[in-house]
Design a protein around this ligand. Structure first.
Ligand SMILES: [Zn+2]
Ligand SMILES: [Zn+2]
Length: 194
C-alpha cells in the first residue's frame, strides 16, 4: 500500500506530485514539531508532579498523630461554627456580630463545655457557638452567661442533654479525618448558599 500525501503537513497547502512537504515549510514544520514535543514533555512533567504531590499529601496525612488530627478537625469545625453563627450575637454577652457593630474585631467558636473537660463534646454542634474573643477568654468562657444564651438559643432539653452527657469518647484517626472533611464540606455549602 502506498501512501501519497497530497497536503503539506505544515501549511496544509496542496503539494506537487512527489513532494512530501513544501521545501519552504521544512524549517517551520521542524520548529512546530519541536515545540509540540516540548509542550508534551511539560505536560507529562506537570502530571508527574501532581502524582508526587498527592503521594506527599498521603504520606504527610499518614504521619499525622491523633493530636494533629484533633487540631485540624477542630479548626474545620470551629470555622463552620463561626460561619453558621456569623449573624448571631455573642452567645454569652449578646454583643452583635462584627459586621453589624464593627466594634468586635474577631469572634471565636466558644465551647459551652470545654474541649479540655469534655472532649467527647468538642464536635457537638449544640456545644459550640460564636462568642466574642473577649468573652471566650474570660474565665471559663463566661459559663453562667453562656448557659443563659444557650437556653434561649437551643432550649432547656438540649442544654440538659449536653450537661448530662458524660460518656467519654476516644476519637479515632478515621473519625477525625471524617469530621474534618465533613465540616470543610459543610462550610463550603454554607458559603455557596450566600
Ligand atoms: Zn507547506
Ligand atoms: Zn461576648
Amino acid at each position: 500500500m502506498t501512501f501519497r500525501r497530497t497536503r503539506c503537513p505544515h501549511c496544509k497547502g496542496k503539494l506537487e506530485q512527489g513532494q512530501r512537504i513544501h521545501p519552504s515549510c521544512i524549517d517551520g514544520y521542524a520548529e512546530a514539531e519541536a515545540a509540540k514535543a516540548e509542550r508534551k514533555k511539560a505536560k507529562e512533567l506537570r502530571a508527574q508532579q501532581r502524582v508526587e504531590r498527592a503521594q506527599d499529601r498521603k504520606r504527610r496525612e499518614e504521619l499525622k498523630r491523633i493530636p494533629d488530627l484533633v487540631r485540624e478537625a477542630q479548626a474545620a469545625f470551629n470555622r463552620w461554627i463561626r460561619k453558621r453563627d456569623e449573624k448571631e450575637p455573642c452567645i454569652s454577652c449578646g454583643a452583635p456580630p462584627p459586621d453589624l457593630s464593627g466594634l468586635h474585631a474577631g469572634r471565636d467558636a466558644g465551647h459551652y463545655r470545654s474541649t479540655g473537660a469534655a472532649s467527647h463534646l468538642r464536635f457537638h454542634e449544640d456545644n459550640c457557638h460564636a462568642q466574642c474573643v473577649k468573652c471566650n477568654q474570660w474565665g471559663a468562657g463566661r459559663a453562667v452567661e453562656y448557659r443563659i444564651g444557650l437556653l434561649a438559643k437551643v432550649g432547656a432539653v438540649r442544654v440538659e442533654s449536653l450537661e448530662s452527657n458524660n460518656i467519654p469518647h476516644r476519637w479515632t484517626r478515621e473519625e477525625l479525618i471524617a469530621i474534618r472533611a465533613l465540616y470543610v464540606s459543610k462550610l463550603k455549602t454554607l458559603k455557596e448558599k450566600q
